[in-house]
Design a protein around this ligand. Structure first.
Ligand code: C5P
Length: 307
């Protein structure tokens, strides 16, 4: 039996416009997603007979609490991804071992769990084809499967840059930025739950008019243009729930970052920097202040198989 490994990227929402809470329980959103080269890694190998799906989680450059927070039971999205794909492929869920290497902060608004699910969908599609003789699902079918599991999963499959509408799961690929972007990611001690941040958003009653993000993307020619249009409708809600985020944003901008914003539902602060060196220097300064910080850059590919 062949072992299969895949990776998938973290995301930042360069622009995150949030509309009404729909009867589905989700908010309509209008998002400009960017993938970052901070990647989760998932390996699937044969498991002991009769043991079902066994999960092992390790971390790289992440505080231990991020790893401890990851469930290893049925509630983990990777298990749901394997069960859904098995159903679509018309097979019984096989006995497999899934090893997850986490690099994306947990509950940080950077789609770490979604990246695990995206990598799992790609890896299991290959694993089942190689070892169990199933047909391979197409990219479209994988995007659809991802969409059934979570709003950010299709983007973690697609990567690069895209506009996301509906729940954020309906994607339109758009031309990549003409420059590399470098980011500092400042990670808070505690996570924020996505539904809690959306509920706070409803309480504050601040839904916005959606702009044409394809047109907006086309107006971005330089890093300064990009810095000028970064925005997140969930930022006020995240700051309301964690007021210290406001000081953190000011702190990072005072260190020279072009712009710092809450990433997705937070609480990670994503700060756009003018160079790799600047991003590294700011991250070092933050780490010296006791604030855990990483660096990452774009462009980054979507979920893909690793040799
Ligand atoms: O799709 P996902 O499982 O990531 O969403 C987690 C939760 O975040 C949803 O149950 C919902 O409460 C909230 N959400 C939302 N609107 C979206 C995406 C997520 O209200 N567009």
């Amino acid at each position: 039996m062949n072992k299969v490994r895949a990776t998938a990227p973290a995301k930042v929402n360069l622009i995150f416009e949030v509309g009404q809470l729909e009867p589905t329980g989700y908010h309509s959103v209008n998002s400009l997603f960017l993938a970052l080269d901070l990647r989760e890694e998932v390996s699937i190998s044969v498991g002991l007979q009769g043991t079902g799906i066994t999960i092992y989680v390790k971390g790289e450059d992440l505080p231990a609490r991020h790893i401890a927070a990851v469930p290893t039971d049925e509630s983990n999205l990777v298990v749901k991804a394997v069960r859904l794909l098995s159903k679509k492929l018309g097979i019984e869920t096989p006995d497999i071992q899934i090893d997850i290497l986490k690099r994306i902060p947990v509950a940080g608004g950077m789609a770490g769990g979604s990246a695990d699910a995206a990598a799992t969908l790609v890896a299991f599609n290959e694993y089942a084809n190689k070892n169990l003789g199933t047909a391979k699902l197409t990219l479209e079918e994988l995007l659809e499967a991802g969409s059934e599991l979570g709003s950010d999963i299709p983007f973690c499959i697609l990567g690069k840059i895209a506009v996301g509408t509906d729940r954020g799961n309906q994607l339109s690929a758009i031309p990549e930025l003409s420059f590399t972007t470098h980011w500092v990611l400042a990670i808070s001690q505690q996570g924020l739950s996505t539904p809690t941040v959306f509920a706070k958003f409803d309480e504050l009653g601040q839904s916005s008019e959606f702009r044409d993000l394809v047109e907006l993307r086309n107006s971005i020619g330089t890093i300064e243009d990009l810095a000028g249009c970064l925005g997140n409708d969930l930022q006020a809600s995240a700051v309301e729930l964690m007021p210290q985020l406001s000081t953190l944003i000011q702190n990072i901008e005072s260190l020279g970052a072009l712009r710092a914003i809450v990433s997705g539902s937070g609480p990670t602060i994503a700060a756009l920097c003018s160079s790799k060196e600047q991003a590294e220097t700011i991250a070092e300064t933050l780490n010296g202040q006791g604030i855990f910080a990483l660096t990452a850059s774009s462009p980054a590919l979507g979920a893909n198989l690793e040799g």
